[in-house]
Design a protein around this ligand. Structure first.
Ligand SMILES: *Cc1c(COP(=O)(O)O)cnc(C)c1O
Length: 377
């Protein structure tokens, strides 16, 4: 059997109010990067995270400005997990710095606190501490923040949380992205909520948010002339897209509930297949399961991960491997990596299944039936 319409991995899911906010932007002619939607979107987002925020054109832009706020510059070293999407670390290179990659731990698949602590200790010994540490909350699961912050605080190295995949994710009851001095979120089309494309930078220091807003709008100095002391960017979100974001924030809680439900439906319906297991749900947080990710054990079943992707594709179902670790990327062939075996194993065996919050029950049932058939179950 083949799905008539391709079942995709993660697609936008509008709540219903978005068009009204967008229409208001048209009616009032606020069709640029200033206007009531953008102000309200930032204020409403700040309510959720508890920190001042600035709306940007992408999560990548938020990472770039966040690293610049932390003073990352030429010659600096930044530590980051190897298991992530490349947008976490590309901006490090744009600032003239280099990334050293660190392996994942198996409880959350995120940055390994022990390897991080060991690396910081070794760097301190030779008097060359990194400028910053990037922590990523992958697939909607929080990294283990207590030991990570403990290690970084011991050496006064600041943390940047890449929460692009983790809006709605909690660590010990608190929103991720609320603990570091500066954090980044994404509203790309595949994320848990979307503005078609967009991002948010949040920071504890309101002056940092103002600085990021200034840089995001070409860093024009006060006064009527086009005078510039610092280099800026064209990184601001449009007031039209901020309207979509306002509508999406209204349904965020619902989207988190539904993504979790989709993941647990896979887990329960495939529980009798020994080769398959859902990504762990670390007890220290609430995993949104932005994507439903499973591990395939090639020794226990009829197909391996790539075989499963092919079987799904043949049935017109989209699935993808887990992120390819950064230390395996040609782009970073000269970078140092501390460990890497865990990330490589998760990359080889991990599969991201259709996970949209608007995934129809019969479509998910079809995905499950296709997986069962591939395993002869
Ligand atoms: C999506 C994503 C980003 C970048 O966000 P964009 O809005 O697409 O620029 C950064 N980091 C991670 C981990 C992501 O998944």
């Amino acid at each position: 059997m083949i799905a008539k319409k391709r079942i995709l991995m993660s697609v936008p899911h509008m709540g219903g109010q978005e068009e009204a906010f967008v229409k208001e932007a048209f009616t009032t002619n606020w069709l640029s990067t200033v206007g009531p939607n953008i102000d309200a979107f930032e204020a409403e987002f700040s309510q959720i995270i508890g920190l001042p925020s600035v709306a940007l054109g992408s999560g990548t832009a938020a990472m770039h400005l966040g690293l610049r706020l932390l003073g990352v510059g030429p010659g600096d070293e930044v530590l980051a997990p190897t298991l992530t999407f490349i947008a976490s670390v590309n901006p490090v290179a744009w600032l003239g710095a280099r990334t050293t990659f660190i392996d994942s731990e198996r409880t959350s698949w995120n940055l390994d606190p022990q390897r991080l602590a060991d690396t910081l200790k070794a760097r301190a010994k030779v008097g060359k501490l990194p400028r910053a540490v990037i922590v990523v909350h992958l697939y909607g699961q929080s990294a283990d923040l207590d030991p990570i912050f403990e290690a970084c605080d011991a050496y006064d190295v600041p943390v940047l949380e890449d929460a692009a995949e983790a809006l709605g994710t909690l660590y010990k009851g608190q929103s991720v992205g609320a603990r570091a001095p500066v954090s980044a979120f994404s509203f790309n089309g595949n994320k848990i909520i979307t503005t078609t494309g967009g991002g948010m930078l949040v920071a504890k220091n309101p002056e940092w948010v103002n600085k990021a807003r200034f840089w995001s709008t070409q860093a024009r100095d006060p006064g009527i002339a086009y005078e510039h002391t610092e280099a800026g960017y064209n990184y601001r979100l449009s007031n039209v897209l901020a309207g979509i974001g306002r509508g999406q924030l209204l349904v965020l809680g619902d989207r988190v509930r539904r993504r979790r439900e989709v993941a647990f439906t896979y887990r329960d319906a495939l529980a009798d297949i020994p080769a398959l297991s859902l990504m762990p749900q670390a007890s220290f947080g609430q995993h949104t399961n932005w994507l439903s990710v499973m591990l395939v054990d090639p020794n226990k079943g009829a197909v391996d991960r790539d075989g499963l992707i092919r079987a799904l594709d043949a049935a017109n179902i989209e699935s993808r491997p887990v992120w390819k670790p950064m230390h395996l990327q040609p782009l970073f062939k000269d970078a140092e990596c501390v460990g890497g075996e865990v990330a490589e194993d998760l990359f080889r065996r991990g599969i991201c299944l259709p996970s949209s919050s608007n995934l129809a029950a019969e479509d998910q049932a079809f995905v499950i039936a296709t997986i069962r058939r591939a395993f002869g179950a």
